[in-house]
Ligand binder design. Structure first.
Ligand code: RB5
Length: 143
């Protein structure tokens, strides 16, 4: 899969670890930054990843900040995007299977690297179930 990734200063180290792991697993990672520890504004990276996913330039996105919350709020402002903050492996599977979320948001100050890797594995291993979930997902966007 082609995965767009973004982080602010709070998530940059975890992003690098997860990106290396995804590449090892055979995925293509498009790293949209940030690349260093200097303070940056998370919406800039959330919007860049969301735009790429919505345009079809990436299959899925992963965003990392301190809590994941700001990234999700910003990404979900891009029309057509469904992004969710996840801190457990069950929800990681469900946001793909039931919500067809194309963007996973993680909080590097909330989950450790081992749990984050397991969350990403669960998310990447799941796909949209369709059926009744397609009807529900279709009702998320305002008419
Ligand atoms: C940055 O300090 C922090 O606010 C950011 O990483 C994130 O947690 C926002 O949601």
């Amino acid at each position: 899969m082609k995965i767009a990734m973004g982080a602010d200063h709070g998530g940059v180290a975890l992003k690098a670890e997860l990106a290396a792991r995804l590449v090892d697993q055979g995925h293509e990672v498009i790293d949209l930054g940030t690349h260093g520890p200097d303070g940056v504004d998370y919406p800039d990276y959330a919007h860049a990843v969301a735009d790429l996913v919505v345009s079809g330039g990436a299959d899925r996105g992963i965003l990392v900040c301190g809590t994941g919350q700001g990234m999700a709020m910003a990404a979900n402002k891009v029309p057509g995007v469904r992004a969710g903050v996840v801190s457990d492996t069950f929800s990681a599977t469900m946001i793909a299977e039931h919500n067809d979320a194309k963007i996973l948001c993680l909080g590097a100050r909330v989950v450790g690297p081992g749990l984050a890797a397991a969350i990403v594995d669960s998310y990447m291993g799941a796909s949209f179930a369709g059926g009744r979930h397609a009807r529900r997902v279709g009702k998320i966007e305002p008419a």
